[in-house]
Every structure is written in C-alpha cells, then in structure tokens.
Design a protein around this ligand. Structure first.
Ligand code: C5P
Length: 306
C-alpha cells in the first residue's frame, strides 16, 4: 500500500424512466417524483497524491470538452472543498485529479453528478478521511440533486428535489440505445421553459408508481408503456429536432423513445441486446454519438487503488 498508488472510482450515467415535476418551491427548486436508472456509460475519476489540487479532463471523441466548467468552479472542486470542511481539516490537501469522461456534458444524464460522486469517494480514500456513509450522502445532496443517486446506482425512486433516494429491487436487464447531441441543453433553461408552459402546475409531481410496477414486472413492453418525462415538452419546445429524433427511433424498432432528464439526450428502450444493436445501426447518422448500454449497473465504485 504505497502512498504513490492512485485511486480510480467509476460512476455511471443515469436515465430518468419517470420524471414527474411539480410547481417550483420557495427555494426555486422543483419537487420531483422520479425513477432513476444507472446504465453502463461511465466517467472515471483517478486521484493521486500531489502538493497542489489540480483537475484535468480527458473526453471521449463525442463529448464536448469545451462545454466543461472551468478551473476552480467545477463540481469536483466543490466536492473537494466540501469533504475538507466536513472532515474539519485546516486546509485542503493536494491531489492530481484526472477525469475520463464518456458521459455527455449537459446531456441530461447527470455526467457532472457522476464526477461529483466519484470525486467524493476517490478523495475520501486518497485523504484517508473515512467519512461516514450518511455524511457522504449529505455532501452529495449539497453538490447537486442527482449526486446521491450516482452514489447508489441501480434503479431508485427519487423525491424531494431528486436528492432523496430510495433504492428499488430491479431484477430486469434493460437495453438502451442512447443518442447524444452535439450541443447540450442547460437544465435551468429547460426548467424555466417548463414554468412558462405550465404556470398552473400542481405542487405535487406526478407519481412514478406505474414505472415502479413495470420495473417489478420485468417486462420491457410494460416499461415502454409506463415511461414518462414531464420535461419533454419543454425540451422539444427548445429543440424541435429532438421530437423528430424520438419518432425516428421508434420507427426503427425501439419499444419507446424519450428524452432523459432535461435532455437533449434521447434514449430508446429496446426488447434486448440484438434489437438495441439493430436500432443503433438505423440511428447511426443521428446525433453526436449512438451508444448501446444496459442497466441497472452499480453506483460510484472503486475500480483501482487501495
Ligand atoms: O441540483 P442541481 O445543481 O443539479 O440543479 C441544477 C439546476 O436545475 C437548479 O439550479 C435549478 O435551476 C434546476 N432544478 C430544479 N429543480 C430540481 C432540480 C434542478 O429547478 N428538482
């Protein structure tokens, strides 16, 4: 166990199989009733001892590196500062942080949240803080609404502003085609458009019960029927090309197409791995990348190091 060994933590992208949105709360956040689902597209955060704190990004060819937040104000910097404060350290220790991004930026797949969750776990190890689990969840919620789910992974019911996460039993193996966009959509912008479209929205978000029942049935046709995203109309309004893309995927044989989160990533549920590969082939010319992945997969986990 040398001091010079690096630690790599891997965290998955998420889909929202259900996203019910309520009218904004006094703090500006929207109450959510959502079903999260972690799929096999990952970011890897590798940390190593260093005198200074430094973050370097390395992106897959379809990921827009220009869209990443700059030095000092990205979610990994905030994760490091929160961990330091929670541990009561007098100053933040150094670390060389390398982030390999395969999850699209501003795609609605919680790529930033995955990096935040992975950074919490990796830096906690590197700095030997042994932060208790409940404290990690609290720090994750402070980092962002989707960050606690990135720690859990699997399939889960999310409430509050998305940060209250209850894992659900998911024995299924669901196959997805993911179509990314060259240009991201800003989450706050999509929520603002939703506010304009639904000024009389109920305070109580639409329940995800139908999707939870479909998950329990293990039947892709049932899940295809139940999937729902309240933000879809707002995302389509900002990006009309997405509606056509969803229709093309369904025409190509997907059981159901939808945007995930606030978009613009489109996701297509398929009957199995072979069907997913076929749909992906048909959609090859669409978007920045067409990926095939299955879920559920584990949340942030150690893949290398001590
Ligand atoms: O929590 P997170 O930092 O991911 O949220 C990003 C932005 O998305 C918020 O500042 C807010 O504008 C919007 N949001 C929201 N309601 C939620 C989650 C996010 O309005 N439940």
């Amino acid at each position: 166990m040398s001091e010079h060994v690096s630690v790599t933590v891997r965290a998955p992208a998420k889909l929202n199989l259900h996203l019910g949105v309520g009218a904004p709360r006094p703090d500006g956040f929207h109450p959510l009733d959502t079903v999260y689902h972690a799929i096999g597209i990952y970011d890897d955060v590798t940390v190593a001892p260093a005198a200074e704190f430094r973050v370097i990004f390395e992106t897959a060819d379809y990921v827009d590196g220009q869209a990443l937040p700059g030095r000092g104000d990205n979610i990994v910097d905030r994760a490091a500062a929160l961990l330091t404060a929670a541990a009561g350290l007098p100053r933040q220790p150094g670390a060389d942080v390398r982030i390999r991004k395969d999850i699209p930026v501003a795609g609605g797949m919680a790529g930033g949240s995955a990096d935040g969750a992975a950074a919490l776990v990796a830096l906690d190890r590197l700095w030997r803080l042994e932060t208790p689990d409940e404290e990690m969840l609290r720090l994750a919620a402070e980092l962002g609404s989707d960050v606690p789910f990135a720690l859990y992974g699997g399939t889960a019911h999310g409430t509050g502003r998305g940060e209250l996460v209850e894992p659900v039993d998911d024995q299924g193996s669901w196959w997805w085609v993911i179509v990314t966009s060259t240009e991201g959509l800003s989450t706050p912008a999509v929520y603002r458009r939703w506010d304009e479209l639904y000024p009389d929205a109920s305070l109580t978000p639409l329940s995800g019960l139908a999707v939870l029942e479909a998950i329990a049935s293990g039947n892709p046709l049932a899940l295809a029927r139940a999937m729902h995203n309240d933000l879809e109309a707002a995302a389509f309004d900002l990006r009309p090309d997405l509606e056509r893309r969803v229709a093309r995927g369904e025409a190509a044989g997907a059981l159901r197409g939808m945007i995930t989160g606030s978009g613009p990533t489109c996701v297509f549920l398929c009957g199995g791995a072979a069907e997913a590969r076929e749909v992906a082939g048909e959609l090859r010319a669409e978007g920045a990348a067409v990926l095939v992945a299955s879920g559920p997969v584990a949340g942030a986990h150690l893949v290398r190091g001590w």
